[in-house]
Design a protein around this ligand. Structure first.
Ligand code: ADP
Length: 401
């Protein structure tokens, strides 16, 4: 069964075509991205058979992007299938599923309507996700579509983890609560961790650390997310590339007053100008900060902040989990940065968390990097959200047959 996985941003469509003959592993037979949709210089980068091509053409909207992707996938030279009819299902990444969607679902008009309702909770993300779904429905009208939500895995959080201590009426009126994000990644990593450790996920206490340009940690008990660091929006929690994570909310009021900032300007500061970029003044990419740190005290301070905040979350989640079997690193930083993994784990030996320096040199590979015999397994598990989306899609579509 061939499944197309689609991830739509405001000006991009990323795609992966999976052969799901083995639904556990999946096999990517082609993938790529259309960039600069609705902007000058739209382009498509397509990877197939260990080769890649770049094409340019005007792309005004997501529907045109999807049509182009299908054209490329069926192209006699660079395509991998003969006919679009070979695609039996489409899986969509959808960022916000609100309180309604606790798992992935087959898309119908009602689902689209509900995702539209949650636009107010995810104004940057849900609209392009809807555009992608509508575009696929129009270019592949007879093909079942599945929505896989970033928030769904965290739907198991108990009220004491998701309720904010502001007047309760704002939860009732606006559904202001913690939702959490990166759920598909945390779920994938948790499932892989159980497989690698040859343990039942339902018997494990895990902290999964998704550290990319966005960063979120999750406390996972018996296979369920019981807490996570991102909140009502992806702004809360750890220090990220350009997002501030936790701050005293009074800082926002203070700055708006002192600097005469509009809501939009303040939002820009918190989401785009803070975090690693804001503190270092150099870059949002931790590689640049690691390079600069030996001779730049603010770069070193940025790295110290990342590690210190991470330690605090690990301590908090250790406490609420009541112990820990594995601490798992994933995404760009988590999979690659030996320095950041080490600086986070250093000083946590009293919790059973250790690092084996030789094993910690690993990059982008599944590995246990803690010392032999240590009580907590520290691990690297590369994430694969697209495979998770393909698996959910396969499960829902195959079940319907
Ligand atoms: P996204 O969150 O945008 O999907 P990734 O998960 O790929 O992105 O993470 C991107 C981030 O990972 C980069 O901004 C960079 O900070 C970090 N990163 C990638 N490779 C390395 C590396 N070798 N060392 C340190 N950081 C890295």
């Amino acid at each position: 069964m061939l499944i197309l996985v689609v991830n739509c941003g405001s000006s991009t469509v990323k795609y992966q075509l999976f052969d799901m003959q083995d639904p556990e592993q999946g096999r990517v037979i082609a993938k790529g991205i259309v960039e600069r949709i609705g902007l000058p210089g739209s382009r498509l980068e397509h990877y197939y058979d260990e080769k890649s091509v770049i094409r340019e053409r005007e792309v005004n909207n997501h529907k045109v992007a999807l049509e182009w992707i299908l054209e490329v996938l069926t192209d006699p030279q660079i395509g991998v299938i003969q006919n679009v009819k070979e695609i039996e299902a489409v899986g969509h990444r959808v960022v916000h599923g609100g309180e309604k969607f606790r798992e992935s679902v087959l898309i119908d008009d009602k689902v689209i309507e509900a995702v539209r309702e949650y636009v107010q909770l995810a104004p940057l993300h849900n609209p392009p996700n809807i555009l992608g779904i509508e575009a696929c429905r129009s270019v592949l009208p007879d093909v079942p579509q599945v929505a896989v939500f970033d928030t769904a895995f965290h739907a198991t959080m108990p009220p004491h983890a998701y309720t904010y201590a502001i007047p309760y009426e704002y939860y009732e009126k606006y559904r202001i609560r913690r939702y959490g994000f990166h759920g598909t990644s945390h779920r994938y990593v948790a499932e892989r961790t159980a497989k690698i450790l040859r343990r039942d996920l339902s018997s494990l206490k895990l902290i999964t650390c998704h550290m990319g340009s966005g960063v979120s940690f999750a406390a996972i008990k018996n296979g369920e997310s019981i807490d996570t660091s991102m909140g009502f929006t992806p702004l809360e929690g750890l220090i990220m590339g350009t997002r501030c994570g936790d701050i005293d909310p009074a800082i926002v009021l203070f700055l708006m007053e002192k600097e005469g900032l509009s809501i939009k300007e303040m939002d820009e500061i918190l989401n785009k100008k803070s975090g690693v970029l804001g503190v270092s003044g150099i870059s949002s990419d931790t590689r640049d900060i690691e390079d600069a740190a030996p001779s730049n005290p603010r770069a070193q301070l940025t790295l110290d902040l990342i590690a210190y905040r991470a330690k605090k979350y690990i301590g908090a989640y250790y406490a609420v989990l009541g112990g820990l079997d594995a601490l798992v690193f994933t995404a760009g930083i988590g999979e690659n940065s030996s320095y950041i993994r080490k600086s986070i784990c250093e000083g946590l030996e009293h919790l059973g968390i250790t690092i084996d320096e030789a094993k910690n040199t690993v990059r982008r590979k599944e590995a246990v990097i803690s010392q032999d015999g240590a009580p907590v397994k520290v691990m690297v598990v590369p994430t694969n959200e697209e495979l998770m989306i393909a698996r959910d899609t396969w499960r829902l579509v195959a079940q319907k047959r």
